[in-house]
Design a binder for this molecule. Structure first.
Ligand code: ZN
Length: 500
């Protein structure tokens, strides 16, 4: 019995090593690789994907699982070995349905498509990106067909990020959110020229110093973390002690501070997996929305709160006297929370953000179902954007070309941002109940107790359990949009009630 378990663990550890090597190459593609490296990188990633996929679907893994499942069923549900056997069975069954050449083709096509997207976005030319996107979409459709029959083609892709969640579950949650968010934006949105001081100038070196300090204060250490520049910020866990965060700086805004907090939240989650889960499929987090709950918790629930800014604002004001010398803490805090109609999702305020996600969720369902052609996508985007956000999109860089996800084949990912935002408030409220003085600590720039609570109660679990089980364990119930809506209403009412 033991030797089967040892063999399974060795095979799974090798797969994990190869996948993290792929991740390192993907990180490099977006951070350091010269543009002409695209061709060879596509080949590297496609070759690695062939090796990974062949190992994932090896008959031997199935034999080992058949032999181990009777033993695993005698263990407590939360025992590491029981969780490992469950996760390995799920991933083996799923991967067996995908032909290796399709998996490799998808991996290779995404490198080309990402580079094409970068250029098309710079030049606001959707037409240049269209053939790549058509190819990516075609490959996604072929992938979906591997899982026929299905109720909804979108379910197949969503399951990769949110095991067990159905498209219909997401529609129900978003249907509860959309009218409420729309009403809050209508009631509280600022004018375009309001809060002009948020347009800088903000010199880059102090932005970088503050970003790095926030990441440290939240609990990251530089022996296990890096921070680099990219076009579209993200975080990648190359290893349990090798966490790559990325960001971007602009003299015209302070978004980099929120990006640093956001990506740090992702990184802390990855870094917090129990050491016993390292090099297993259980290292890391059980769903993308749970991952996002942590980036949003640190970026928004902590990083846009008044206690947080009572601590940080004097330093930010000193670092950027030209823009902020005459701006009070209250004005600044209101400005970084005020709903504002804007074009860019990643720059959106905490309230209107959800509408940007709902737009993408709707459009990608249409694309995948074949009801919307890629050539008609910009027009569909602009029309729905005007309905949801109330602005006319002036060009594709500010519209359909702004995100890298579709170029990278990440269809089905967008809804996890809003689900994660909803969860961030449920998790925060649970943490605050356990740590009654957490807001006083934040006001002193102390984040250790909060980080430790999250690590113990959430991060350490890794992906031992399904997303729904993990949520139940952490907050004591299912995902629920009401705490998030209540939080937004309270915050916006408090802001409009105060002076200035
Ligand atoms: Zn994120």
């Amino acid at each position: 019995m033991e030797s089967s378990l040892v063999e399974l663990k060795r095979r799974l550890a090798e797969i994990d090593d190869l996948q993290r090597t792929q991740l390192l190459l993907a990180w490099d593609t977006e951070v350091w690789m010269p543009p002409a490296g695209e061709r060879s990188r596509g080949a590297h990633l496609a070759t690695l994907e062939t090796i990974v996929h062949d190992r994932q679907i090896d008959d031997r893994i199935g034999e080992l699982l058949d032999g181990l499942e009777p033993y695993a069923s005698t263990l407590p549900r939360d025992a590491d070995d029981a969780c490992l056997v469950r996760a390995a069975r799920r991933s083996w069954e799923k991967n067996r349905r995908i032909p290796t050449d399709l998996a490799a083709e998808i991996a290779g096509a995404q490198v080309e498509s990402y580079q094409t997207w970068v250029k098309a976005r710079e030049e606001a030319q959707f037409a240049d990106f269209r053939p790549s996107l058509e190819r990516v979409l075609e490959l996604q459709r072929r992938l979906i067909e591997c899982f026929a029959p299905y109720d909804d083609p979108y379910d197949v892709l969503l399951d990769d990020y949110e095991e067990g969640t159905k498209t219909e579950d997401v529609r129900v949650i978003f249907a509860a959110l959309q009218p409420e968010i729309t009403a809050l934006v209508a009631e509280h949105a600022g004018e375009a020229d309001q809060d002009d001081f948020l347009r800088g100038p903000f010199a880059i070196p102090p932005q970088e110093a503050l970003s790095r300090e926030l990441i440290e204060r939240f609990g990251a250490s530089w022996d296990a973390f890096r921070l680099d520049l990219t076009v579209h910020p993200f975080a990648a866990a190359v290893g349990l002690r090798d966490i790559r965060l990325t960001t971007r700086y602009d003299e015209d805004d302070l978004n980099s501070l929120f990006t640093a907090m956001h990506e740090c939240g992702h990184g802390l989650y990855e870094r917090g997996s129990a050491a016993s889960l390292e090099r297993t499929p259980l290292q890391g987090c059980s769903s993308s929305s749970l991952h996002e709950s942590q980036s949003r918790l640190w970026e928004n629930v902590v990083g846009r709160s008044l206690p947080f800014w009572r601590w940080l604002y004097p330093r930010v004001q000193t670092a950027f006297p030209e823009a902020l010398a005459d701006v009070s803490l209250e004005r600044f805090h209101r400005a970084v929370n005020r709903p504002r109609r804007g074009f860019i999702r990643v720059d959106a305020d905490e309230t209107s953000y959800g509408l940007h996600v709902i737009l993408r969720f709707e459009l990608e369902q249409e694309l995948l179902a074949g009801r919307l052609a890629v050539k008609d996508l910009p027009e569909a985007w602009n029309a729905r954007f005007a309905e949801l956000i109330g602005l006319d999109v002036p060009n594709d860089t500010l519209g359909v070309l702004q995100d890298s996800h579709w170029a990278s084949g990440l269809f089905g990912y967008f809804p996890t941002y809003l689900l994660g935002t909803v969860l961030s408030v449920q998790i925060w409220e649970t943490a605050r109940a356990a740590l009654p003085d957490v807001e006083e600590q934040i006001e002193r720039g102390e984040f250790g107790d909060l980080h430790e609570w999250l690590r113990e109660n959430l991060y350490a679990l890794g992906s031992r359990f399904t997303p729904a089980e993990t949520i139940e364990r952490v907050v004591g119930g299912p995902i629920d949009p009401q705490p998030y809506l209540r939080y937004l209403r309270q915050k916006l009412n408090a802001l409009s009630g105060s002076s200035v």
